[in-house]
Design a protein around this ligand. Structure first.
Ligand SMILES: [Zn+2]
Length: 106
């Protein structure tokens, strides 16, 4: 569906004007301040009201890669923590055996 009018911001008084699509790319008089200004061509005018879609679609990708990085760091930290825990348990068990061996003269 083609819009009945295209929103154009007047460079003189910053009023948003609903301009018919067939007047785009021509010089028109602002109905609010009566000053003439050139209406942008249609594809440019469309961008005035609607933000470009690219940043919105790119941001989730960046957030996903950041989340993956954080997840990887957590997994690595948990793995290191587990290894340290196992090593500590083995050391404690070994020293306990040594303590018992000394106690009973083995
Ligand atoms: Zn104006």
């Amino acid at each position: 569906m083609e819009p009945a009018t295209v929103d154009v911001i007047c460079p003189h008084c910053s009023v948003t004007i609903g301009a018919p699509p067939d007047t785009m790319g021509t010089t028109q008089e602002c109905p609010a301040c009566s000053k003439a200004f050139a209406l942008p061509a249609l594809p440019v005018a469309r961008l005035v009201g609607t933000p470009p879609a690219r940043p919105a679609t790119r941001q989730p990708d960046a957030a996903t890669s950041v989340m993956k990085g954080i997840l990887m760091a957590v997994v690595i930290l948990v793995a290191i923590g587990f290894l340290v825990y196992v090593a500590w348990q083995l050391t404690a068990a070994t020293s306990e055996v040594g303590r018992l061996q000394n106690k009973y003269g083995m």
